[in-house]
Every structure is written in structure tokens, then in C-alpha cells.
Design a binder for this molecule. Structure first.
Ligand SMILES: [Zn+2]
Length: 106
């Protein structure tokens, strides 16, 4: 069993929820003016906030505790990270190729 530790979620800073992505660009002043008072109050209260997905609304995430790993475990973990990075690279590559093919009309 891998040694894990809990850390505060960096996405919501432990707040368990984040501002609704629909509002991530904020409001223009005319949009704000168009809202009724209830809507503004609700927004200021955070009623429109949505659950933070990376931590599933718990405010914390579990990560491998590297400081508690022995040499073998660390090596295994690094290999796993490398593999994951390679996979991500492959995906990007694949998508690029598909893009290129589409542009050529395939
Ligand atoms: Zn979170």
C-alpha cells in the first residue's frame, strides 16, 4: 500500500467549492446592473459556487507522501510519473497528427 498524505486542495484552497465557471470572467457593469438585488445578494453569498471537482468538495486531496517512501517505492513512483507523462505526450502527439490529417482533408 502506497504511503499517502492529505494536503489542502490547491484548486479551491481548501474551500471545498469554487466560483461557478460561468462567472469566471466576472460581470460587466451593465450585466451587474441588469441583475436584480436578489441575484446580486446570492452571488455575493456564494450561492452560485459549485463543488470543487479535483477534491470532490472535500477541500483536501490525497497525494503520495514521498518523504515516507523507501528507495524502491520512490523509484516505482518516479517510473509511474514518467509513464504518465509519456502517455500525455503520446496523446498530444496523436491529437496533433489528427489535426494535421484533417487539415489535409483526410
Ligand atoms: Zn478543491
Amino acid at each position: 500500500m502506497r504511503k499517502m498524505k492529505w494536503v489542502i486542495c490547491g484548486h479551491c484552497n481548501g474551500n471545498e467549492k469554487v466560483e461557478n465557471p460561468a462567472f469566471s470572467n466576472g460581470f460587466t457593469s451593465s450585466e451587474w446592473a441588469d441583475m436584480d438585488q436578489d441575484g446580486r445578494d446570492a452571488y455575493m453569498r456564494g450561492d452560485y459556487d459549485v463543488r470543487c471537482e479535483p477534491c470532490k468538495g472535500s477541500g483536501k486531496v490525497q497525494v503520495p507522501d514521498v518523504s515516507q517512501m523507501n528507495f524502491g517505492e520512490k523509484r516505482e513512483y518516479v517510473l509511474e510519473l514518467r509513464e504518465r507523462a509519456a502517455e500525455a505526450r503520446d496523446l498530444r502527439e496523436m491529437r496533433r497528427e489528427m489535426e494535421a490529417e484533417r487539415r489535409m482533408g483526410c
